[in-house]
Unconditional design. Sequence first.
Length: 386
Amino acid sequence: MKRVLTVALALALSVSVLAGCASKPSTTSPATSSAPSAGVIKIAVAGPMTGDNAEYGKGFVNAAKMMADQWNANGGVLGKKIEIVQFDDKNSGEEASSIAQKIISDKDIIGVIGHFASGVCMAAAPTYTENKVIEISPSASHPDYSGIGEYIFRNNTVIDVEAAAALDIAIKDLGKKNIGIISIKTDWGTKTAAIVKDLIAKQASSGAKVVAHEEVMEGSDDYSPAITKLNAAGSDVVICVGMYNLIAPVAKQYKQVNPKIELVGFSNAYSQQLLDLGGKAVEGVRFPVIFFSGSTDPKIKGYVDEYNKRYGSIPSALTSQAYDSTGMLLEAIKAAGSTDRKKVRDALAAIKYDGVTGMTVFNEKRDVQKTFVKVIIKDGKFEAMK
């Protein structure tokens, strides 16, 4: 009996110790504080830091840190140091919803730069809205995103506008009429493909028509079944609704079947990764972009050179929109003269920000309108179309 009591007491003590350990906040958790820390203003950056789309999330973090460092070198904002806190949402809506809960629990976090994919942004946005935390996505293009709430902003054009610019390249610049579409099977991909079809239908007088549309799984290694159908339908240009990890393999596989095929993408594919993965196969690929790293504008050139010096790569359009998004949030805090989220939100809504991606002004829906540059891959580099 004595032995039984001894064992029971030992087990009870073990459970107590374990419970005590579990109750301690993790030293690796970036967002557990419930009260502001003196002298610190935090900005969260949320996006895919791992997985197939990690390039985008890492670009967001790099850009935000670069902007924060520039401000910190000049005394920070409101006399407080700026700290960038990163979160890996794995480009998952479920993970983003969980991260949003962590972010809103940290009273030092004034706003969020992110998330990446529209669907992921939209999964987290209701939580930010309900808790009055500003979210600025540098990449969300789904028409319904910013309408989720008054604290939700986008520093990217709505996809309808970019799709029209992509079609302008296909129909007017390339003079093509038989249009094929290959799109990734995600909420964004399905929605964007539908928008492209609708825009083509509205341009019936141009003679352009959709001859085939193939929907594919993101991250697949073999697109030959879709390519065979697109080619058999007589596509002379294919609109690629996906990121660089779609366009690069599609270009390689399609040009083995039809070396003369023309490919047009979206700005989310404008990345060094496209050149690295696609090689010679992506020569001639075109797309509209808000930011062109080859610009001779001294401000843009200085930014590109500094980014390349720090991170060893050329910033993409979406990375640059994250850079400006961070700058806008800091300017809004400065203009508000406060870290009160409502005051900062109002200052952000009224901002006129001249950044590396052009002049940014939010409309009543907290969307932006920006000018596109048409870009082509030539001799392994991005060049402005002539």
